[in-house]
Write a protein that binds this ligand. Structure first.
Ligand SMILES: [Zn+2]
Ligand SMILES: [Zn+2]
Length: 156
């Protein structure tokens, strides 16, 4: 049985031999998949910086569209009169997808905490059953909502 080469980036397999392998790895589809894969794990800020550091894409600037999209060797980020970057639709799309992916799979401590808080509503203060609030001595009463009045502690 001939060995098969499985490409993790393209999710495809083919008979493994040096020619096939080289052809595949040099192929445009593989290179785009590979790049996309790595880009996906980049921080959005870093990704945007990288896009901005490329020279501007003439095709994109002239036609408002370039089929290479995010894989273009040139930058599709334009600038307005004030010098603010205008992101191309494909970059905004990427950022949105990226946000969704982060929100659903991020193991970061902050989002874990938020999830736990959502699952467990804050505990309310409760008196043991049978206790009547107005019948308790002051020292056993729960703190008043507005906090204790410390202005006339001398009278205690
Ligand atoms: Zn591949
Ligand atoms: Zn381009």
């Amino acid at each position: 049985m001939p060995k098969k080469y499985y490409c993790d980036f393209c999710h495809c397999s083919f008979p493994d031999n040096p020619t096939n392998r080289q052809k595949h790895i040099e192929g445009a589809a593989h290179q785009a998949n590979r790049k996309f894969h790595y880009d996906w794990f980049k921080e959005p800020e870093e990704f945007i910086r990288e896009q901005q550091s490329k020279p501007p894409c003439r095709r994109y600037l002239n036609h408002g569209f370039c089929e290479y999209r995010l894989d273009c060797r040139y930058s599709h980020i334009a600038y307005d009169m004030a010098g603010h970057p205008i992101y191309p639709a494909e970059l905004i799309e990427w950022l949105q997808q990226r946000q969704v992916a982060d929100a659903s799979s991020s193991p970061s401590a902050v989002s874990m905490q938020q999830q736990q808080q959502q699952q467990q509503p804050a505990k309310r203060y409760r008196l043991p059953s049978g206790w009547k609030l107005h019948a308790l001595p002051p020292s056993l009463k729960p703190p008043p909502r507005q906090g204790y009045d410390w202005s006339d502690v001398a009278t205690w």
